[in-house]
Design a protein. Structure first.
Length: 197
């Protein structure tokens, strides 16, 4: 099972977690119902109860074991030391302003890209967003710490950049507009398709 982008992944996991949540709620309801009974549960009744609990544990752990490869960023996080990025972008933030190496930062499709972000004053966030406002990826940017994010884009497109951490009122103007929003900050080329990443 391979997902082409994080939107498909989110839809799949939303359904899986909803079903799992209802199964867990059912066990709580079953337990609560048995508390209302005057007679104590016989040991034969306990066997299905503990069997159901075991099913939930095996199902929850199994879901994560069998689907972890579908999450786009897992392999890059696990094998990070062995991956040589195609491009590296050094970005600085100071006084609620981005200092970008280029605009747009052009990224090659299906090639790992490394974003290294340095804050000179406050805690910020580095977030890439689709034009519909949904997030592609993000990381926290802590001043004085190593802040880097490796990401592989699978679709052509342009993405907006903004801080995903509240960094004080100076991030917004009188109308509430985000002053740190950089439209079309990242451009992905070479996929031959358009989509969501």
């Amino acid at each position: 099972m391979t997902f082409a982008n994080s939107i498909e992944l989110l839809k799949f996991h939303s359904v899986a977690y909803t079903i799992y949540a209802f199964l867990i709620i059912s066990i709580v309801a079953w337990f609560a119902f048995n508390l209302t009974k005057k007679e104590k549960a016989k040991s034969i009744v306990r066997i299905p109860f503990y069997g159901y609990i075991a099913f939930l544990v095996v199902g929850g752990v199994g879901h994560h074991i069998f689907t972890y490869n579908t999450i786009p960023w897992v392999q890059e996080d696990m094998m990070r030391d062995d991956i040589k990025p195609d491009k590296v972008f050094h970005i600085t933030i100071k006084d609620h302003k981005w200092v970008l190496p280029a605009k747009p930062m052009v990224v090659n499709c299906k090639k790992p890209t490394l974003f290294i972000v340095d804050s000179k004053d406050l805690m910020y966030g580095f977030g890439l967003f689709r034009h519909d406002g949904s997030m592609v990826t993000q990381m926290q940017v802590d001043p004085g710490s190593k802040n880097d994010l490796m990401w592989t884009f699978n679709f052509d497109g342009t993405f907006d950049l903004t801080s995903t951490e509240y960094s004080g009122p100076a991030q917004y103007d009188e109308k509430g507009e985000d002053l740190m929003l950089v439209k079309n900050a990242v451009k992905v080329v070479g996929c031959g398709n358009k989509g969501g990443n």
